[in-house]
Structures are given as structure tokens and as C-alpha cells.
Write a protein that binds this ligand. Sequence first.
Ligand SMILES: Cc1cc2nc3c(=O)[nH]c(=O)nc-3n(C[C@H](O)[C@H](O)[C@H](O)COP(=O)(O)OP(=O)(O)OC[C@H]3O[C@@H](n4cnc5c(N)ncnc54)[C@H](O)[C@@H]3O)c2cc1C
Length: 519
Amino acid sequence: MPEFDVVIVGGGHNGLVTAGYLAKAGARVIVLEKRPLVGGACVTESPWPGFRINTFAYVCGLLRPQIVEDLQLPKFGYETILYDPQYAVPFPDGRRLLMWLDEGKTQEEIAAFSKADAKAYPKYIQFWNDVLDLIEPTMLAPPVPIADLFGMFTGPEAERLLRDLFLVSAKDFLDEWFESDHLKAALVTQAIIGTFNGPYSPGTAYVLGHHNIGILEGHREVWGYAKGGMGRIADALAASAQHFGAVVRTGAGVRRVLVEGGRAVGVETEAGETIRARAVVSSLDPKQTFLRLVPRDAVPGEFLDGVRKVRTRGAALKFNAALDGLPEYTAMPGAPGPHHNGTIDIIPSMEYVERAYDEAKYGAFSSHPFIETQYQSVLDPSVAPPGKHTMTCFVQYAPTELRGTTWDEYRPKAAEIVLDTIEAFAPNVRQVVKHWEVVTPTDMERVLGLTGGNIFQGDITPDQIFSFRPLPGWANYRMPVPGLYLGGSATHPGGGVLGAPGYNAAHVVLEDLRGTAKA
Ligand SMILES: Cc1cc2nc3c(=O)[nH]c(=O)nc-3n(C[C@H](O)[C@H](O)[C@H](O)COP(=O)(O)OP(=O)(O)OC[C@H]3O[C@@H](n4cnc5c(N)ncnc54)[C@H](O)[C@@H]3O)c2cc1C
């Protein structure tokens, strides 16, 4: 009898969710995380004394409320801050658009650009509410076959929703709703985040939907901060899993998955230790799992071909900084002003961001990138020393590979481009930045094992979601080696600090351990 029922490879938030549910159900579980801290892409680190920086993921809201409740996360330090306004966009013409939690207040802002758009805005919000009503119940369950999913959309209205959600580009979608280029720029950000596609690419309307599933404090379609930083979410998940009896080990990289008699029976760590278990759950992406950890002869060649074809292109880098003061935006005077509460997006138009993508398509970092900035310290002083601030910038487009150079060589140049871009809107930015780091797609692969630096362990475009995720035919978390499961963001319903893939994997493993799986 092995010492553990389940060994989980990777202590990202999904691995920890899986551990929490399995341990709560009475299974003997161990999580093995190669880094010195848990959380994966959902961590907070201190590259400079006194500053707590969200190295990778920076805003929360996607984590399913049921997981927060079942795993009793508030008891273990999970606390969120809902910010308002949600978005502030300064434009080169000196105008600005703020998107507030209050729909009426946002309509007033939009009316300054277009009265017709202000009128259409509540219907647009209702459209996403309807989509959420449909999508939400599909998240905490293995995915239905895509044909069945499409079959759920019957009747002219539903068919239109299907078309809008899965088939069109974000640009075409927004063009059908609104006339103001300023408003469309503000709304298109969530359609391209982390995705190596421009807003003119078909399928990006779905990415917009994926980022609209946030729920916080009774508000839908919102983002917020994890108090103390994103790492607090992972810490709470680890504490909860341990409370229910799981063992969580850091500094414990896995070198290979052990397969005996065609079955996964445990793992060997990088230190050479063998840990045997009845089941192995990998929360890494399929490329890391099957091209690095699982013996090649344990899986059919056809399956490996499918794994190689999963699209894992990097799209973004992070520019994180410690500040002495706050950047002052020409179009939004005051520091701090309300705009510093939430996300400030540098995205003058949809065309601007499509052009940024054009450059990256041919192997260059965008010379005028789209930048999404947070100053968490403004609402959460616990993340910076008194009087100081944190700044995290999600910067797009940064392709996996740069033509003619490497990310390690190009890092200082990338930092200059980011600062130049912000400076055009906030002229004092260079004066207030005291320390900075650039986290490139190469770093994301090296540090976390995100292949290609793809932030979602695989694009979340319509051809890689639901029963196509991680690859067609293998969407129910069980892999071709009996006893081996995938349970990270590479699986349904995909990337983001959602916890849903980890939840679904845990329930499939439990069915198998108890022998209650449906035939
Ligand atoms: C730059 C960036 C910004 C993002 N921004 C946001 C955001 O603001 N909001 C949001 O909701 N989502 C965001 N995301 C997406 C989200 O963070 C991820 O989808 C999610 O955190 C992935 O969780 P996971 O548990 O599936 O995988 P990961 O977090 O990738 O966890 C995998 C874990 O496995 C470990 N590991 C790797 N190899 C081994 C090995 N051989 N042995 C043992 N352990 C190993 C890794 O160290 C890691 O801890 C962002 C992601 C990135 C990268």
C-alpha cells in the first residue's frame, strides 16, 4: 500500500485546490512544488525590501465562490478588495474614460463620447450577464462535448449569442455594439489579454467573455485585489489543504512520473526520492508533463503529436516596479486620483493594439505596446513601505521568441519601451520608478514551466476550450496512462486564477479512487 493516495505535481493554485478537495474527502495527499514558495503564477514576492510585488498574476475575481466557501479560505487569510473605478483609460487627445462599478456613472462617462453608446451600454452588460448565466454552470464540471455545447443554443436569439461568443473577432463584436473608438478601445483590453492574437482575429470575442466571469462582493464581471498580494490566495489554499490533512512540500521539483505495468504509480523528485501513490495529478501543462516528465514509451505517439500541437505562444511580459511616488497622468490630474485605484490601460484605439500585434507576429516586441497597470499599494498599503508604491504592468505583445536576439539580451530595451510608452501619458514616471524588473516569456517558462511563456498554459481561444482542452479526446482530466491526470489551467475551463480546473480534476480522481466513475 503506497504512503499516499495522490501525489500532485506543482503547487500552483490549481494543484492546491485539487489537494484541498481530495484531503477534505479523506484522501492522503502530497503536493510537490519545485519553487521555494507555493502559488505558481499566483504569487507575491519581495524583490526589494518592504515591497510585495505580484510577480505574475495581479488581479483576482475569477476564483469560483464555491471554492472559497468549501475550502474556508477567509479563515486562512483570503481577503479581497474590490476597486472602483475598474478601468481608467487616458487617451492621446487628452480625454479619458473611467468605467465605474455603478452602471449609471459609467454611462455618464460614455455619454461624453457618444450618447448612443451610453444608451446601448446597459444592454451590453445584460448581454454578458446572459452569457454568464449560461457559462457559469459549465465551469465546475468536466466539459460537455463541443457539439452538445453548441446544441444548447437553439432559437434565433441564442444562435446569435453563439455566433457572437465563439465565431467573431472582438473588433467586429464591439463594432456591432458601439460607435465610439474610445469606448471600444477601453472594452477590447480583456479580449486580448495573454492571447497571441490581435482584436481583429476571429475568436477573440470569446476571450473577452472568459475575462468577464469575475465575481466579487456580489458584483459580476469585476476585478479586485487580493489583500497583501495574489500570493495570499495561494497561501490560504495551502493552509486550507494542510488543515484538511494534505502535505505541501516546497523546494521539491519532480524529475519524472513513474509508470509501471502501464500505470502511473508515483514520481521521482529531482533529489532522487521516490514517492509512490495510487494516482498522480500533474498541474503542469501537457507539454511539460508529457514531453518532460512522463516516459515517452508510456503514451501513444499519436497522443504525443496532439500534445505538441497545443498552442502555447507567449503574448506578454510583466514590468514590475517599486515607486517613490505615483505617476501623474496628463489626462487624469491628481495623484493619487480615483484612477489610481484600479486598472489604468494604455490603449489609444483598437487599431493601436492590432498594430502592436502586427509587429509581434514577425518576432518583435511591440514598439508601442498595450499596457495594463495597477498600483495596488494605493488601496492596500500593506504591499509597500509607508509613502511608497507598487506598480505592476502587464505588457503586450511579447512573442515567445524574438527574431535576432534573446529576451535576456533584450530585457533593458524592453524596459525602456515600457517606460517611454507610459511617459507619453504620465511624464513623471521615470522620476518615481526606483527599482524595476522585467519578467519575460522566457522567464515564465524557466521559472514556472509555462511553455512558451503562455500565461494560460495554452490559448483560451475557441479551438482550445471546453472539450478541445487540453486536446480533443482528452478533456476529462484522465490521461492515456491510467492513474495519471491533468488538473492545471491547461484543462477546462482554462487559465486565470479560477481554481475550477483543480476542482474538476479532484472530483474525477475521487470518482476513480472510490471506483464510482460512470462508464
Ligand atoms: C504574467 C501573468 C499574469 C497573469 N495575470 C492574471 C491575473 O491578473 N488574474 C488572473 O486571474 N490570472 C492571471 N494569470 C493567469 C493565472 O495566473 C494562471 O492561469 C494560473 O495562476 C495558473 O495556475 P495553475 O495552478 O494552473 O498553474 P501554475 O501556476 O503554472 O502552477 C504550476 C506549478 O508547478 C510548478 N512546477 C513546474 N514544474 C514542476 C516540477 N517539475 N515539479 C514540481 N513543480 C513544478 C511551478 O513552479 C508552479 O508552481 C496570469 C498569468 C501570468 C503568467
